[in-house]
Design a protein around this ligand. Sequence first.
Ligand code: ADP
Ligand code: MG
Length: 353
Amino acid sequence: MSDETRQAPARIRGGRESRDIGIDLGTANTLVYMRGHGIVLNEPSVVAVKAGSTTALAVGTEAKETIGRTPGSITAIRPLKDGVISDYEAAEEMIRHFVRKAVPGRRPRTRMVVCVPSGVTPVERRAIVHAADRAGARAVHLIEEPMAAAIGAGLPVSSARGSMVVDIGGGTTEVAVISLGGIVTARSLRVGGDRMDAAITDYVRKEHQLLIGERTAEHIKIAIGSAWPVPALPELEERTFTVRGRQKVAGLPKTLELSVAEVRSALDEPIESIIAAVRSTLEECPPELSGDIMEHGIVLTGGGALLPGLELRLSAATGIPVFVADEPLDCVALGSGKCVEGFDNLQKLLAAS
Ligand code: ADP
Ligand code: MG
């Protein structure tokens, strides 16, 4: 544990311990921010269950290790994979597990701010609130993910100035224009890091007759993936990645060298979908606000923002400057954290449960 996570807990009126937390319930990763402590938990949003039962065998990092390696009797579930809850019981189990891990002991006074993908339905929202309640919350507030991402990226969300944030997660990309503390226009598409991984898997299968798993595809993307040549990274173009997989026809193991250019072309389709969503959101945007965005630029958050050259490609396609936020993977959790730290000031940004 770092010194920061060991410092004295924050206190609220009455002198008793407050353990207010913010939760970024992402499709790929869940982060927990504790008031006065910062981010105290960061694990994959994965639950491993015994096939045909609802008993969780492992949650988080331990469960992710099992993906693609599990015997038939264990299934790894990502309860929020596409930004909607695919498995309520697993989602509830995951929330309860992470809250208990982040806040051990009794949680009588814990208030929670939970960030949810903007595509979740009212039924799913109620399910999340219910799960947080059962995990020991005194009060639960929900906040839309793009709003939390914008706050965490340091955008002036409360001012009249229009800001655009593009949060590229695992299962979804959220594009939003924010002004005066509200979302003016937004889009949520089911394209993100997972679709990029699938595009790599498809490419390797079609072009090289090699079968690879989703975790291998993600490794390739993170190691040598890019959206556009990056002048600041000239050595990137020379990199290759040695992939091990199984031959489609013979079924035998085989290795293959993939180039940066190949992976870039494989990623073309999901990246173009994200660009199209940004374009159409800009087209819907009131002219005053698009002027602000032209001037101040678009900010990228989420793990997908780490793909080299994405900001250059998006900027070339829109004619607008694009910036990657600092620590893009942490923005949503830090935004929820800001709400937790300033609970009373930011109440108006939260949709009370
Ligand atoms: P979510 O909010 O949906 O849980 P995250 O914001 O945590 O998603 O981002 C997870 C996604 O980011 C994953 O698909 C992961 O592969 C991708 N990712 C992480 N690091 C990189 C990187 N360096 N380059 C490209 N993609 C990345
Ligand atoms: Mg996210």
